[in-house]
Design a protein around this ligand. Structure first.
Ligand code: CP3
Length: 346
């Protein structure tokens, strides 16, 4: 169902678009006063994700302010552990807290049998959003990559170095494999569900891909991502999938060639010249403005936006941040970014 008038879909097919399509990771959220208003009316962040009337409203909020080229479903990567029966809570000022699964016994208690019904509200959100969006603005569905989701499940929270999941993977690879396999199956079904509800693009967030050495990266990032891509492509061959292996450095090249993703999200640490020569020559690229620089604004911000546009604008390119937008980002800086990208010289 691709529309020739949707710049994001054109770029994902490999077209050079001038100006390039633009959307922002975490574009719905706390930097918007209208988001904070909706958020203050619900008891928990998970309730917000699982209440379609509210989740669809906050998905659309950034689109009402800025002429972005995509919407992204308002949800979280941790709805999947919730769907598997793990206790998940978001504590104000502290981030996610989960009842950690530290061993094989705890992992064996997880089950996908209620996943479809627990995730059904997200599909309803998708239906509601798609009904409101013009054909030029595709809705992006997403999930966390198994490795990244497993880090939160095993650690029970966010962590600096992912030591608990890495340790479990080294000591008990078969136990850890069991968790990853469950996440592959559930996440693939979840992505397919989002496509069936109306999403036209998918993104797989592997936020902690950078904490693994190369052999572990092959096993816990590349292989499970490839397994998800294969499952989704078997059902929805025309839906482009963006992979985002944050922090993977030069391993991003191997990720791009082995996972069968259609486009790669590039984090802030990747040099733009390298993105162009090593990645953009083989697939469309997305990124990679530093979200801290967007929050800071000023001449260095503008110079960097232009540098990215000049370096990557010649090939298939989607302008985005290198990681999620920060809550302290002034709205005027986002407006400035939109103006710079939309008025980029052809
Ligand atoms: C690792 C990860 C998570 N969630 C996500 C990732 C991968 C991308 C990344 O690395 O940032 C992805 C995510 N989380 C959220 C979205 C919504 C769609 C969007 O606008 O991009 C998406 C795509 C909403 C959210 N997810 C969360 C919020 C803030 C909660 C609130 O409003 O109280 C939002 C808007 C909470 C969350 N959720 C997560 C953490 C670590 C936190 C706490 C930190 C924080 O507060 O920013 C897990």
């Amino acid at each position: 169902m691709s529309s020739p008038h949707a710049p994001l879909l054109a770029a994902l097919k490999g077209d050079r678009c001038s100006p390039p399509p633009l959307w922002l990771m975490r574009q719905a959220g706390r930097y918007l006063p209208e988001y904070r208003k909706v958020r203050s009316g619900v008891a928990s962040f998970l309730d917000l994700c699982l209440t379609p009337a509210l989740a669809s409203e906050v998905t659309l909020q950034p689109l009402r302010r800025f002429p972005l080229d995509a919407a992204i479903v308002f949800s979280d990567i941790l709805v999947v552990p919730y769907a598997l029966g793990q206790k998940v809570a978001f504590v104000e000022g502290e981030g996610p807290k989960l009842e950690a699964v530290k061993d094989g016994a705890a992992i064996a208690k997880l089950t996908g049998e209620n996943a479809a019904s627990r995730l059904a509200p997200v599909y309803e959100t998708v239906e509601r959003v798609v009904a409101e969006l013009p054909a030029s603005v595709p809705l992006i569905g997403f999930c966390g990559a198994p490795w990244t989701v497993a880090t939160y499940m095993v650690e029970g929270a966010g962590s600096k170095d992912q030591a608990a999941p890495r340790g479990l993977a080294y000591r008990e690879p078969e136990t850890f494999q069991h968790l990853i396999d469950l996440l592959v199956e559930t996440s693939a079904a979840y992505l397919i569900g989002q496509v069936e509800a109306g999403c036209r693009v998918l993104q797989i967030f592997d936020s902690w891909a950078g904490s693994l050495p190369e052999d572990e990266f092959e096993r816990w990032c590349i292989a499970p991502t490839r397994a998800i891509v294969d499952r989704v492509k078997a059902k929805a061959p025309d839906i482009p999938i963006i992979g985002f292996p944050r922090g993977s450095g030069p391993l991003a090249e191997r990720y791009a060639s082995k996972t069968a993703i259609d486009a790669i999200g590039c984090d802030t640490s990747l040099p733009v010249g390298w993105i162009r020569s090593a990645l953009q020559t083989r697939l469309p690229v997305q990124g990679n403005l530093d979200p801290v620089l967007l929050a800071a604004g000023g001449p260095r911000f503008e110079a960097r936006v232009n540098w990215i546009l000049e370096t990557l604008g010649e090939g298939p390119f989607i302008f985005n941040l290198g990681h999620g937008i920060l809550p302290e980002t002034p709205i005027e800086h986002v407006e400035k970014l939109v103006a710079l990208v939309k008025n980029a010289p052809a």
